[in-house]
Write a protein that binds this ligand. Structure first.
Ligand SMILES: *[C@@H]1O[C@H](CO)[C@@H](O)[C@H](O)[C@H]1NC(C)=O
Ligand SMILES: *[C@@H]1O[C@H](CO)[C@@H](O)[C@H](O)[C@H]1NC(C)=O
Ligand SMILES: *[C@@H]1O[C@H](CO)[C@@H](O)[C@H](O)[C@H]1NC(C)=O
Ligand SMILES: *[C@@H]1O[C@H](CO)[C@@H](O)[C@H](O)[C@H]1NC(C)=O
Ligand SMILES: *[C@@H]1O[C@H](CO)[C@@H](O)[C@H](O)[C@H]1NC(C)=O
Ligand SMILES: *[C@@H]1O[C@H](CO)[C@@H](O)[C@H](O)[C@H]1NC(C)=O
Ligand SMILES: *[C@@H]1O[C@H](CO)[C@@H](O)[C@H](O)[C@H]1NC(C)=O
Ligand SMILES: *[C@@H]1O[C@H](CO)[C@@H](O)[C@H](O)[C@H]1NC(C)=O
Ligand SMILES: CC(=O)N[C@H]1CO[C@H](CO)[C@@H](O)[C@@H]1O
Length: 349
């Protein structure tokens, strides 16, 4: 077996040594003689190879190009929040290498939390027709039904709790490659890293006043709340209330009316609260270490209680807000001083 190629090689070299002209002449004669063989070869290429490329190669490339494209989330805005539906605006950018000219048919994509194994969709997004341009901005505003309340509540909970989390957008569509009449089925699947609200960390309550003469059950504590939003999601919650704790004891309810949160630091709302036992609060403020080391500042905790928007209870926000506590430091000594004009000291003094 080894010898055969060695034997053949000189033969081949010989034919190569023959001058170019005779070879051409040979070909002309040969081509004329075997024109039918060439015709068959061309037909075979057209009938078999081209369809194979079109049916197998192009769709593979189309899917690959789509897989390599990048989906960038600019913002999500949730408005008109109702118990079972809301309006979602989702602004995205799709980036690709732009090398294949193609259009992608409009399609419906589902959104789910990548890191939960069930991959239960919490929303559907209607993508318009897109192209394979290098960069394109896709801003979608759509009415959105909440088909799976549990999944949507879990999404809101993750959004509230996490620093970042992953959301996947997935849908089947068809791609039209320029110059080919056929449309190819492809899957659009992109996972994006979404910054979350970090449990509203950094929330501050300032400008606080207390009304010690307000009757029981009425608002007796007021202030200004500033809530940072580290996420890219803006949402309208509505009239919200929170359980208010001081050292594990529930002391009353905090209300933030017409609350909506947009990305950034600019979420400033008047706060009102009904504190059932003001004596407990001031009593603690005059005890060590609060009265000395902490200058009369007390750690209050807030946990979501209800979210009412245009008369409808939004459980998907309320349950998310109820799933964790946010601690806020409130200057009780300053509050009393501002409202009543005297300074709380330490009981020991
Ligand atoms: C959206 O929700 C509201 C309130 O729950 C309801 O009245 C309305 O019919 C819903 N819209 C659609 C299109 O389902
Ligand atoms: C899409 O939304 C972005 C903000 O996310 C905005 O800057 C841009 O102007 C919008 N483009 C269109 C075409 O609406
Ligand atoms: C996001 O937060 C939820 C609720 O606290 C937690 O169960 C989940 O593991 C977090 N996911 C990530 C990716 O951090
Ligand atoms: C302080 O609170 C009062 C009501 O208690 C409000 O009228 C005022 O605008 C607040 N000031 C700031 C700077 O938030
Ligand atoms: C405190 O509450 C009482 C009863 O609601 C009210 O009459 C009074 O004006 C309030 N005081 C202040 C300073 O707001
Ligand atoms: C919130 O804090 C209160 C009081 O300390 C505690 O009873 C409750 O279990 C906490 N809830 C969560 C979800 O952490
Ligand atoms: C809340 O918004 C509604 C209109 O959306 C308005 O009528 C109402 O006065 C607002 N309430 C507060 C406390 O800002
Ligand atoms: C919040 O409550 C006030 C008073 O009841 C009401 O006027 C307002 O419309 C409510 N806001 C929303 C967003 O439902
Ligand atoms: C997108 C955006 O504005 N994010 C902001 C959310 O809030 C935090 C804290 O206030 C800011 O640092 C982010 O820049």
């Amino acid at each position: 077996m080894d010898k055969q190629p060695e034997d053949k090689q000189p033969e081949y070299t010989q034919t190569e040594n023959v001058a170019e002209k005779p070879r051409k002449r040979g070909c002309a004669g040969h081509c004329l003689k075997f024109w039918w063989a060439y015709l068959i070869a061309v037909i075979v290429i057209v009938v078999i190879v081209v369809p194979v490329v079109i049916l197998v190669g192009v769709p593979k490339i189309a899917q690959q190009k789509l897989d390599h494209a990048e989906l960038i989330l600019d913002s999500i805005v949730m408005t008109n929040a109702r118990a079972q539906n809301f309006t979602m605006s989702i602004n995205t950018e799709i980036k690709s290498d732009g090398k294949v000219k193609a259009t992608i048919e409009p399609f419906e994509g589902v959104m789910y939390l990548e890191d939960l194994p069930e991959h239960k969709p919490f929303a559907k997004v209607h993508f318009p027709e897109t192209t394979s341009a290098k960069s394109q901005i896709i801003n979608i505003t759509q009415f959105t039904m909440i088909d799976d309340l549990d999944a949507f509540t879990t999404f809101n909970t993750w959004l509230l709790h996490n620093e970042t989390f992953r959301v996947t957008v997935e849908g089947d569509t068809k791609v039209h490659v320029k110059g080919i009449a056929r449309a190819y089925g492809v899957t659009f699947k992109k996972t994006i890293d979404m910054p979350g609200l970090r449990m509203l960390d950094g929330t501050t309550v300032t400008n606080t006043t207390v009304n010690a003469t307000a009757p029981k059950g009425q608002n007796n504590f007021f202030g200004t709340v500033r809530i940072p939003n580290y996420s890219k999601v803006a949402f309208e919650l509505g009239n919200t209330s929170f359980h208010n704790y001081l050292l594990d004891k529930e002391i009353g309810t905090v209300y933030l009316d017409n609350l909506s949160l947009k990305p950034g630091n600019d979420n400033v709302y008047p706060m009102r609260a009904t504190i059932d036992d003001l004596g407990y609060v001031t009593g603690l403020a005059v005890q060590k270490p609060y009265c000395d080391k902490l200058n009369g500042v007390l750690p209050f905790k807030l946990r979501g209680k209800s979210v009412i928007n245009h008369g409808e209870s939004l459980s998907y926000f309320a349950d998310a807000l109820a799933s964790g506590n946010q601690t806020v430091q409130i200057d009780i000594r300053g509050t009393v001083k501002r409202s009543m004009g005297f300074t709380l000291g330490c009981t020991d003094e």
